[in-house]
Design a protein around this ligand. Structure first.
Ligand SMILES: [Zn+2]
Length: 282
């Protein structure tokens, strides 16, 4: 199959460096998903910065998002590696750092994942699902939510579910079913990549994710025993229980997303915001 390309003029959002990149035409041939996120790795446009570019289905650049995570050791040595060990470094090499943020988010919050794979992609579905299980606490693993699909042609894709993450193995992301900023995923990945031992890296991710899930479990326990609860009261209780300084709203929203996606939508409705209540009474 002869692939045709569209040329996009890309500007580094940090330093203004400009370069053209080629994007397969097939990416734009579908109209279903609106904005496509394309990862621009180091050296593709700029040697100092990597970022995401948002492109609409006509191929017009709609915006940029910076990725402030530096993985200096990533680009070297990879070619020499003949062993097919699946560690964090290899996964980032395959899916891009932003792709990994998305995959982690989908795993924790139980969004089905569809990955369109090209012919050269060598990993299988079971392997990828088992990596997903490693970063989750044991009681949440085992669900095969990640699906690999053949071919890079999106127009053949018949996924009606709006709640799915859809991406490919070429670092394009077609649909992310959440509005959440992936700061949590970025933070835990940064921490994990700071340590050298590659087995420990995945374990560290699991620890950080477990901490969030434990907070969610405690929140569930609190919510179940009341008729309703204000957000700030819940924040106070969680912070007290885990002896941490007051957790922020972003973290509470993650906890709510976890409960909504993994446990029950109804439970989350019991959490009230004083601001919303105030506004609805005007
Ligand atoms: Zn730059």
């Amino acid at each position: 199959m002869l692939e045709t390309f569209k040329v996009l003029e890309i500007t580094c959002p940090t330093c203004g460096e400009m370069k053209n990149i080629n994007v397969p035409e097939s990416i734009f041939s579908q109209k279903k998903y609106g904005t496509i996120k394309i990862q621009v790795p180091l050296n593709a446009v700029c040697s100092k910065h990597q970022f995401i570019v948002f492109v609409d289905t006509k191929g017009i650049v709609r915006g940029y998002e910076k990725i402030d995570i530096h993985i200096a050791s990533l680009t070297q040595e990879f070619e020499k590696e003949t062993e097919r060990i699946l560690n964090l470094r290899n996964l980032i090499q395959i899916f891009g750092i932003y792709g990994i943020f998305n995959l982690i988010h989908a795993k924790i919050f139980n969004y089905p994942i569809y990955i369109l794979k090209d012919e050269s992609f060598e990993l299988d579905e079971d392997t990828l699902n088992s990596v997903g299980d490693i970063i989750l606490p044991e009681s949440f693993g085992g669900s095969k939510t990640l699906h690999l699909l053949d071919g890079s042609d999106l127009s053949h894709l018949k996924i009606k579910d709006k709640d799915t993450l859809i991406m490919d193995t070429q670092q394009h992301i077609f649909q992310t079913p959440w509005d959440t900023k992936l700061k949590f995923e970025e933070g835990i990945l940064k921490r994990a990549l700071d340590i050298i031992d590659e087995k420990e890296q995945l374990k560290l991710l699991q620890q950080d994710i477990s901490r969030l899930i434990n907070e969610a479990k405690f929140a569930i326990h609190v919510i179940e025993s009341v008729k309703e609860i204000y957000e700030d009261d819940l924040i106070t209780q969680i912070s007290k229980e885990f002896k941490v300084k007051k957790i922020n709203n972003y973290r509470l929203n993650l906890i709510k997303e976890f409960i909504r996606r993994n446990i029950s939508k109804k439970l989350v409705l019991k959490i009230k915001s004083r601001v919303e209540e105030f506004l609805s009474n005007i």
